[in-house]
Design a protein around this ligand. Structure first.
Ligand code: PEP
Ligand code: MG
Length: 573
């Protein structure tokens, strides 16, 4: 019988394909003493040989599918596999201590990993520790006769099933084969979900049990619109979903007609619809989906895609590509927002009990000014190639904004003194994603050129509910009157100072929220590129004065999300 799984709809679209389990197998073993070291060394050599063949294949596939740069890591793994010092020590251990190959492998590699990890001031060596750990896993899997998942080797259409996907896992998925993904944990605004929307891969997250309920090779239907998944559906169910997928495609084709239209309400109020991007490569998707701006360039993805801090020149090229790709339309680049669920292997952060409340984003930039100033210089140099704006993430206080802005001004003055051409029209704004900042938006509006409301974090901090934790995802309530009141205060405060407010959190593309946001006077809506056209289609049908009345009522009269939703339904029918 078909089994049904319910999760959170994370990325629109419908996919049906065989399951590919991206789960780590159990690699535990017991240490045993052996009496035939020669046979044991042969076991080790066979496992090394099998690992080598596998890695060569993976490297070749990764080069074809993802490019030579992404495949580099496998070259590093092959080098480790052939390292005479490492292999020699493992062999010696088997011969001298008479232990099984698994135990010898673990003991020697643990020693090397510990040694490299201890070099805390050497990011390169620390990374090698990660490589040795990966290679050890591979050899161990061959010794134990279990299979490791190798996503780079996927060559059939699949639905990826995983406990969770990190942003870097998601970035490596090849769209030609990966038709959808489903996870145990995560929420609509976890970064893997956001990436899946950018890649236009249907996704259902936070099902709680995808990796236990689904088995490798099961047929799986992912409905990224409703959040449902079906395991081993009947032919009839498959046909139903095929029809649903066709309807969705037809709807998309209708929205596509609005690609070059303005974003204007039925009564003529114009707003701006922008795209959120993670790398300059996403600019094409933004343009194809009719973006009138980039409202958020998450610059931290440049840092995450790299094996060391990106240089000023590398960043300059990326920002230049983004601003020139948008052809004079505004591109808002957010300075590095590392921390929370976004980590850099080469910039180890202290272990913290609450990383989302910890040392992150602007807090890192203000203490690691070397990193911050390099980024600002790259941005300033790119400013002459288009219309660039900059914003700072996670601003909580007026002082933080002033400090960050002062550093920006210093770097700008230095570049000008060096004779570098810099635009004199760069707006400098801030993310509004901490409730404390939202409450003093009137004060911050005196200094910031604009606000961009980050509802993904603003909601998690206001409701005290981790955005990636499916157990508390019921508290992710964009339409809660508390959130609407904060948004209203932010927008009104900016307007009083003659400034503008955008929104780059996922709420900006939420079809129930859009009427409310239009009514609250939001100037710019920035979202996953794939949501732009349907939002434009919706705005065209709305009357801005009526939406103003709706928003006022929701903010002053409603007590619950359900009341707000009912009100929206009444005002938009
Ligand atoms: C937000 O917090 O709403 C936001 C846009 O930033 P991020 O999702 O990258 O934290
Ligand atoms: Mg945020």
């Amino acid at each position: 019988m078909t089994e049904m799984l319910k999760g959170i709809a994370a990325s629109d679209g419908i996919a049906a394909a065989k399951a590919y389990m991206l789960v780590q197998p159990d690699l535990s073993f017991s240490e045993t003493s052996i009496d035939d070291p020669e046979a044991e060394v042969k076991r080790l050599n066979d496992a090394l040989e099998a690992s080598k063949r596998e890695l060569e294949l993976i490297k070749q596939k990764a080069t074809e599918n993802l490019g030579a740069e992404e495949a580099q890591v496998f070259e590093a793994h092959l080098t480790i596999l052939a390292d005479p010092e490492l292999i020699g020590q493992i062999t010696d251990k088997i011969n001298n201590d008479k232990v099984n190959a698994e135990a010898a492998l673990k003991s020697v590699t643990d020693m090397f990993i510990g040694m490299f990890e201890a070099m805390t001031d050497n990011a390169y060596m620390q990374e090698r520790a990660g490589d040795i750990r990966d290679v050890t896993k591979r050899i161990m899997s061959h010794l134990l006769g279990v299979k490791l998942p190798n996503p780079a080797l996927i060559q059939d259409e699949v639905v990826i099933v995983a406990h969770d996907l990190t942003p870097s896992d998601t970035a490596q998925l090849d769209r030609r084969y990966v038709k959808g993904f489903i996870t145990d944990i995560g929420g609509r605004t976890s970064h893997s979900a956001i990436m899946s929307r950018t890649l236009e891969i249907p996704a259902v997250v936070g099902t709680g049990s995808a990796t236990t309920d689904i088995k490798e090779g099961d047929m799986v239907i992912i409905d990224g619109i409703s959040g449902d998944a079906l395991i081993n559906p009947t032919a009839e169910e498959l046909a139903d979903y095929k029809q649903k997928a066709e309807e969705f495609a037809a709807q998309k084709a209708e929205w596509a007609q609005l690609k070059n239209a303005k974003s204007v309400s039925a009564d003529g109020k114009e707003v701006l619809l922008g795209a959120n991007i993670g790398t300059p490569k996403d600019v094409q998707g933004a343009v194809d989906n009719g973006a009138e701006a980039v409202g958020l360039f998450r610059s931290e993805f440049l840092y995450m895609d790299s094996s060391e801090l990106p240089t000023e020149d590398e960043q300059f090229e990326a920002y230049k590509a983004a601003v020139s790709g948008m052809n004079g339309k505004q591109v808002v680049v957010r300075t590095m927002d590392i921390g929370g669920d976004k980590e850099l292997p080469y910039l180890p952060l202290p272990d913290e009990q609450n990383p989302f409340l910890g040392y992150r984003a602007i807090r890192i930039s203000l203490t690691r000014q070397d990193i911050f100033r390099t980024q600002l210089r790259a941005l300033l140099r790119a400013s002459k190639y288009g219309r660039l704006a900059i914003m700072f993430p996670m601003i909580a206080t007026v002082q933080e904004f002033k400090d960050a802005k002062a550093i920006f001004e210093e770097e700008k003055a230095k570049l000008v003194a060096e004779g570098v051409e810099v635009s004199d029209d760069i707006q400098v704004g801030m993310m509004m994603e901490i409730p404390a900042a939202a409450m003093i938006a009137d004060k911050l509006a005196k200094y910031a050129d604009f606000f961009s409301i980050g509802t993904n974090d603003l909601i998690q901090y206001s409701m005290a509910a981790d955005r990636g934790n499916e157990r508390v995802s019921y508290l992710y309530q964009p339409y809660n009157p508390s959130i609407l009141r904060l948004i209203k205060n932010i927008i009104e405060s900016s307007h009083k100072e003659g400034k503008w407010t955008g929104m780059c959190g996922e709420m900006a593309g939420d079809q129930i929220a859009v009427p409310l946001l239009l009514g609250l006077g939001l100037d710019e809506f920035s979202m996953s590129a794939t949501s732009i056209l349907k939002t434009r289609s919706l705005i065209k049908k709305l009357d801005s004065n009526k939406m103003k009345e709706l928003a006022e009522k929701a903010v002053t009269e409603c007590e619950t999300v359900d009341e707000v939703k009912a009100l929206v339904a009444e005002y938009t029918k």
